[in-house]
Design a protein around this ligand. Sequence first.
Ligand code: ADE
Length: 231
Amino acid sequence: MTFTFVTLFSNLVEGYFNDSILKRAIEKNIFSVKYLNPRDFSLNKHSKVDDTAVGGGAGMVMNPQPLFDALDSLKKEDENVYIVFLTPVAKPFVQNDAKRLSNKSHIAFVSGRYEGIDERVIEKYADEVFSIGDYILTGGELASLVICDAISRNIEGVLGNSDSLTVESFETPLLEAPSFSKPKLYEGLSVPSEYLKGNHSKIRSLKLAMSECKTKFFRPDQLKKHCQGVK
Ligand code: ADE
């Protein structure tokens, strides 16, 4: 699997892969990360990549030319590359998308800066367009990292224990039950006593009750799906 970040600011992205689980996955050749800077494709004599919006409007918009040429070169190198754009004007990214996209061989994340990307680029090249939430970031880089992280932990071999994938929140409509580590008693605060007794069927039903409680409090929309038996 390859992830290509199409961005003017690869420095913002690179650090995330320099430590922890994703660094180890790269060292094990489970996936690789590449960067493509649209500025390197700009035909403008000052390597400009943005301009004011046609028809008015605040801020600068990324020009089509550098992105068309960057994405053409990417497609020429790998015709199977799956091109994802990050913008707040899109459907929300969810766990099912993370699972589905973990089967692709090559995903390119195209990040906009400034007020966004000329719509013709999205129209021509997008296989899919995602938002990571109802708020506006200064650019798509963080959004592309969020999505890349969520996808990569579903690739076989990235997580040490693949069981962690099956009991997580959003694998079912219920949020995950709370977890505790050692010591069992810390500063007068105990883990739930049922967890200590080792009766696994009781622990399971307590965890289910706590999952339902958390879901009811934080995500009533998800609890509704659970009650309707939606997977
Ligand atoms: N770019 C700016 N804001 C964004 C968001 N919420 N999701 C994805 N890309 C973005």
